[in-house]
Design a protein around this ligand. Structure first.
Ligand SMILES: *Cc1c(COP(=O)(O)O)cnc(C)c1O
Length: 350
């Protein structure tokens, strides 16, 4: 049955090994991020067998369902409604407010556990974290006084909301805060978590503040490219996860609909360019499974549009397609994310 997602376990293992070797050789510990593939257990097994230092996900459900020997890290700031589960299923969580940390401490005390936290500092991307200009060491004083919370380190996240690329000048802000904390309390923070897949070129350049000693990597492992500039990394596969969909109609039809035009299936206004008759195919996959912008077409195939359950493509000269044929697409990050969580898409392992 199609649509089908193909998970190339060996390609993931290749990417994993190469990147872990690279980061480890430079002295970084690595949190391997599983959210993009919905913490699929077969890929988790690969991570278990690798030299990954931690496994990280933004959803507590994923940390709960996975079987792993690695320490588990919750990436998204804990919700007040999931504190119990966070203490139960995560060894470490990323945090940005004392209110949440106090709640975590209470619950950790109740469960008789010590929960580690990484305090997030927002150095300009404006997603999570204490805004670096507002940072005040008094929060550290309060964290250090808690019985069941251990401050494992500080971290930052870039290139998410604001698209800020890691540079020396930006990363220096994290460095300054680390120094402030360590000097004020005569302690050494063990984890300085510098960023996600966008940090790769910066680290390759070797001109990063050398205090950073941890990275959290998801997309780079699945798509084989860093996310600051989108450059492919030599030796990594870009097709760890692909999609197959089946043709249910082929026909030559005009390029412009006929009649009075209103809105499309999604309530959006439509416009068409007259390119005469088009050689087209319809595939049994739609926006309910994946947005067409997130599909990377094979040669000779051009996407015309999609509704909830249908994908309409133009077949160009060099391609021929018949009913029953199967097309294979490479995917963007967004495509993998939505396909891995669609119950209508079969997952198979290669
Ligand atoms: C998702 C996420 C990551 C991983 O990002 P990639 O771009 O997939 O490497 C790292 N840190 C945090 C806080 C995240 O939410």
């Amino acid at each position: 049955m199609y649509p089908k997602v193909l998970i190339h376990v060996d390609k993931y293992q290749n990417n994993l090994k190469m990147l872990l070797d690279t980061f480890h050789s430079k002295g970084f510990s690595v949190m391997v991020v599983s959210k993009v593939f919905g913490a699929d257990q077969r890929l988790i097994e690969g991570i278990n067998a690798s030299s990954a230092d931690f496994i990280a996900d933004s959803r507590i459900q994923n940390l709960k369902s996975m079987t792993t020997t690695k320490p588990k890290v919750l990436l998204r700031l804990p919700q007040m409604s999931e504190i119990k589960a966070v203490i139960r299923y995560a060894d470490i969580s990323l945090n940005a407010s004392l209110k949440t940390i106090l709640k975590l401490n209470q619950e950790a005390l109740r469960q008789n556990k010590v929960h580690k936290i990484i305090l997030m500092i927002d150095i300009g991307d404006l997603r999570e974290g204490i805004y670096y200009r507002d940072f005040d060491v008094s929060i550290i004083n309060q964290i250090l006084s808690l019985s069941n919370i251990k401050l494992a380190g500080i971290g930052t996240n870039l290139t998410c909301y604001g698209g800020v690329i890691p540079t020396y000048e930006t990363m220096k802000r994290l460095d300054d805060i680390q120094r402030q904390i360590e000097q004020s309390f005569s302690l050494k923070l063990s984890l300085i978590s510098g960023g996600n897949s966008s940090i790769y070129p910066f680290i390759e350049s070797d001109e990063y503040p050398k205090n950073i000693n941890n990275v959290r990597i998801g997309e780079l492992l699945i798509l084989g490219r860093e996310t600051s500039y989108g450059t492919p990394v030599l030796g990594l596969y870009d097709d760890v996860i692909t999609l197959q969909a089946q043709v249910v109609e082929t026909a030559n039809k005009p390029s412009v609909p006929e009649g009075l035009l209103g809105l499309n299936a999604f309530g959006e206004p439509v416009s068409f360019e007259d390119r005469g008759l088009l050689n087209r195919a319809i595939l049994a996959i739609g926006k309910q499974d994946v947005h067409p912008d997130h599909l990377i077409c094979p040669k000779g195939i051009h996407i015309l549009g999609a509704s909830s359950d249908h994908l309409i493509v133009e077949i160009q000269e060099e391609q021929t397609l018949d009913i029953g044929d199967v097309l294979e697409f490479k995917l963007t990050y967004g495509g993998i994310l939505s396909l891995m969580t669609s119950k209508y898409v079969r997952k198979t392992y290669v």
